[in-house]
Ligand binder design. Structure first.
Ligand code: 48H
Length: 258
């Protein structure tokens, strides 16, 4: 058997460009392959929706890998455990309502769950802007993360989406674009980004259910970004809220697309 490097090159280019072309119009575009984004992707794809996640980094997983302070274990509460079970992520009761899981297994199996359900993850791509038409968010503006990091003056391209989910974690970067560039009034107490509050795990996790919402027509915010936008506290290395928030974001998106 002979191997031709040019065939290898063409195999990559043909396949990738076909995929990017296919996903230039989607039902749901998700910013960020952290826990919230990947859970949302799975539940949407399971319902037959065309879903693309755009992830800035080389790797999926966002803040899962390091568990708490690089001890790579995560903690979830019973509602979060139910979602871990749905993704076949092994977990054990630590005590009472506290369950633990391996952070590496969680990151990889969340991604596997989303992909197996039919979602597509594009890594190394950052969402740098939003598309906005007639009082609605209608898509995302993407560019290579390498372009962003090198601060190259290279224009981006666009993906049309019925719903956009901001699952960018602490940065809440899509909502920042909505506030800063578009001057949109978001569905928060102040109409803008309130900003995340200091650590309070119990309240942070509780509030996340309410802060996960459509903050502007076509734009849903999930995960840590939801608390950052609406002024909820951070919660440290308990990840149940991220999983539940991702699932809720998927339900809200399905409802909005009806
Ligand atoms: C493309 C982007 C962009 C962009 C960012 O941080 P994440 O893990 O987010 P969540 O909300 O799924 O989970 C939060 C959790 O990891 C966490 O930080 C917790 C629980 N903190 C509590 C505390 O007290 O600190 O993932 C977000 C992902 C990352 O992979 C980013 O690289 C990516 O989004 N991202 N991708 N375009 N503009 N901005």
């Amino acid at each position: 058997m002979s191997l031709d490097e040019i065939v290898i090159t063409r195999a990559i280019l043909d396949t990738y460009l076909k995929q990017l072309n296919e996903y230039s119009e989607v039902d749901v575009a998700i910013a960020g392959a952290g826990p919230a984004g990947m859970v949302a992707a799975k539940y949407l794809a399971m319902k037959g929706k065309k879903v693309a996640i755009f992830e800035r980094r080389l790797s999926i997983g966002g803040g899962i890998w390091g568990g708490g302070m690089m001890f790579n274990v995560i903690v979830v509460q019973p509602e979060g455990k139910a979602i871990l079970d749905e993704f076949n992520i092994k977990n054990a009761r630590y005590k009472e309502d506290y369950f633990v899981a391996d952070a590496v297994e969680t990151a990889t199996k969340l991604a596997a769950g989303a992909i197996d359900a039919g979602a597509k993850i594009f890594n190394l791509i950052s969402i740098e802007d939003l598309m906005y038409r007639e009082n609605r968010i209608t898509g995302v503006v993407i560019n290579w993360s390498a372009v962003e990091m090198a601060k190259l003056h290279v224009d981006p391209m666009t993906i049309r989406a019925k719903i956009v989910i901001d699952a960018t974690g602490h940065d809440c970067s899509l909502c920042r674009v909505a506030e800063r560039k578009l001057g949109l009034k978001l569905a928060t107490e102040t109409g803008g980004i309130v900003g995340e509050k200091s650590m309070w795990a119990e309240i942070g996790e509780k509030i996340l259910i309410e802060t996960t919402k459509e903050v502007y027509p076509g734009l849903i915010v999930a995960g840590m970004a939801a608390n950052a936008v609406s002024g909820g506290p951070r919660m440290g290395p308990i990840f149940g809220g991220m999983l539940i928030s991702g699932k809720k974001a998927a339900e809200l998106a399905l409802e909005a697309m009806k």
